[in-house]
Structures are given as C-alpha cells and as structure tokens.
Write a protein that binds this ligand. Structure first.
Ligand code: PBG
Length: 331
C-alpha cells in the first residue's frame, strides 16, 4: 500500500536546508575527483590553453605545485598528459618509450615530492607522441593497426610504471591491450600497479580542446572512428567493459561524461565494479562558455554536473574543474 496526498507530501522533507541535507541520497566529495594536468617542457612555464579557459600547461615544477595543491584539497589522484615537443614526435611515437620523456620526468617529480600520498594516473596511447596524431601505429592506408600497436602500448605502460605511475589508463581502444599490459606488469614486478581502462570511449566531438592542449589536434589526419566507439552504441559498451574486466582492469571508465550517463548507469548495474567517467575538455569548455555568456552560474553548474556523475553510479570523475570544485566543497 502506497501513501498518497495529503498523507504523503514530498515537499515536507524539502522545506528546509537541514532536512534537504539529511535526505540527500548522493554526495560529492573531493575524494571523488581526479585532476587532469597538462605538462610542458621548461621551468617556470605556464601556457594558458585558449580553448580551455582557466586551464594551462605547466612545466614540471608547476605540475609538482599542482600535485601538492591537490593533496591539500583532498583530491586523491592527478592524471598527466604531456605536450611533447614537435621534434620529438614521429610516425612510430617512439618518444613514448623514452624513460626520460616529459611524462616520466613529471611522474618521478611528483613521486619525489608527494610520495605515496597522491596517486598518479597516466594515459596509455600514442597520440601525444605521433606526428600523425593517431593513438597507435598506422599502415600505408592510415589504418591504425591493432596488434602491433598493443606491443608498443605495453612498452609505454611499462615505461610509465617504472617511473612510478600508480594507475595505468589505456585510452587507445585497441583490442586486447588490457590483458597484454596486465601480464607485463605482473611479470615486470608491478603487480600493484592498477589498470583503469578507458573501456567505453566514444569517437566524440567533445575532445577538441584536449587535442589543442597536447598539441595533436593540428596534426590529426582523419578521425578515430576505426577504434573509438560509435556514439549510437550502448550494448557494445557493455561488451567492451566485460572484455576489459576479464582481461584484468581494476576499474573502468566511460568517456565522455555527461552525454553518456546512461552508459555509466548500465555499466554500474551490470558489473558492480568501480566506474569512473571523464568529463572531457569539450564539456568543460561548454560549462565555461555557458557561464561566460550568463546562461548559468558557473559554480552551480560545476557542482551539479559532478554530482550527476555520482548519482549515475560513478566512484569518481576526471574533471578539469577538480581543484575549483574541491574548494567549493569546502576543502
Ligand atoms: C588520448 C586521449 C584523448 C582524451 C584523453 N586521452 C583524446 C582523444 O582520444 O582524441 C580526451 C580528453 C579530453 O577531451 O578532455 N587518447
């Protein structure tokens, strides 16, 4: 028997702030945030990214400051993305395997400064290192080949793990890469290095500002539709997630975020594993543009969208708003 009006007045519990707080089903905390950071060469360098207002590339000294800031704010993890110098990019992306590349130096610097107090997540894919901007090796037709690419990604992941990465996050969408990376980590003495796979990553129009940030946008020929998923597909996302979990992923990611909350929910309900979402660069830019145009209150938009990820089932969210949101949450 269900109660009905007037015995049931759902507005009763909404009438005051204390009561709303008491009845709130989902909360957002700084601990639910992962802060993506862009690294550039030099020292004392800050390069604002025009298409990502409020976000900059930092040289490694600045990255270490951001990592300490994250620590102070209660953000448990940062994600690193390098802007590789043009002369170090090549068709094969060999710079990804250099133990002294920008990424590895940034990982070591954070680990030296913050030790095990903060997690460092590193992206595995070749796009910041290739002269063609694709995430893997290409054949003569420009097709990104799977198995050859996986072999390089394994070496890239090992290179990052050796430098001290805590979470390896393959964002390339090749088949079979999670198993190959997991095996290499196990054999190579890195059994405790986690894998958070970009399991359901869509070929999205929301990645533009990110590609500016890592400098791959202008280089990219064609698109990534032969490996990233078709935005119309949901069943396929569940198959991707099942595969990555079977191959040894500790957690899975859905990307982009807000337009794909249905996928987050279905993955969470089906698999009952830690699910993360990436509120990507285009989503960040959209919120900033809306706020700048007076179409909404920036802080409220930020907190509402991040809370929505939690309600949909996310353990955490990668967001460029992480530090700002943590401050709003009173950290
Ligand atoms: C690289 C990668 C991309 C993003 C994260 N890792 C871009 C892409 O796949 O083209 C996008 C993140 C963002 O837009 O914020 N494979």
């Amino acid at each position: 028997m269900t109660a009905s009006y007037p015995n049931l007045r759902l507005r009763r519990t909404r009438a005051s702030a204390w009561s709303r707080a008491l009845h709130r089903e989902t909360v957002l905390a700084p601990a639910n945030l992962i802060w993506p950071l862009f690294v550039t060469e030099g020292s004392g360098v800050e390069e604002p990214i025009a298409s990502l207002p409020g976000v900059s590339r930092w040289s490694i000294d600045g990255i270490v400051k951001r990592a300490n800031e994250a620590l102070d704010l209660g953000i448990p993890c940062v994600a690193l993305f390098p802007n590789t110098q043009a002369e170090r990019r090549s068709d094969e992306g060999a710079e990804a395997l250099n133990p002294d590349n920008l990424m590895c130096r940034a990982i070591r610097a954070i680990k030296d400064a913050c030790g095990s107090d903060i997690g460092v997540l590193t992206d595995v894919a070749l796009d910041p290192y290739t002269s063609h901007g694709q995430d893997g090796l290409i054949d003569r037709q420009g097709y990104v080949t799977n198995d050859d690419t996986v072999a390089v990604l394994v070496d890239q992941a090992m290179n990052q793990a050796e430098a001290g990465a805590d979470i390896i996050a393959p964002s390339d969408m090749m088949d079979g890469r999670v198993r190959a990376i997991r095996m290499a980590l196990e054999m190579g003495g890195h059994a405790n290095v986690q894998i958070m796979s970009y399991a359901a990553k869509y070929a999205s129009a929301f990645y533009g500002p990110f590609r500016d940030a890592v400098g791959s946008g202008g280089l990219l020929k064609g698109d990534k539709k032969s490996y990233q998923m078709d935005p119309g597909n949901a069943e396929e996302a569940l198959r991707e997630v099942a595969l990555d979990l079977a191959e040894g992923a500790d957690s899975v990611m859905v990307k982009p975020g807000l337009p794909y909350l249905d996928i987050v929910r279905r993955v969470k309900e089906r698999f009952e594993v830690p699910v993360f979402a990436y509120q990507v660069s285009g989503e960040y830019a959209m919120i900033e543009a809306a706020a700048a145009a007076g179409a909404g209150d920036r802080d409220a938009l930020v907190l509402e969208t991040l809370l929505a990820f939690r309600r949909a089932g996310c353990s955490g969210v990668l967001t460029y708003h992480a530090a700002h949101a943590a401050r709003l949450l009173g950290a």
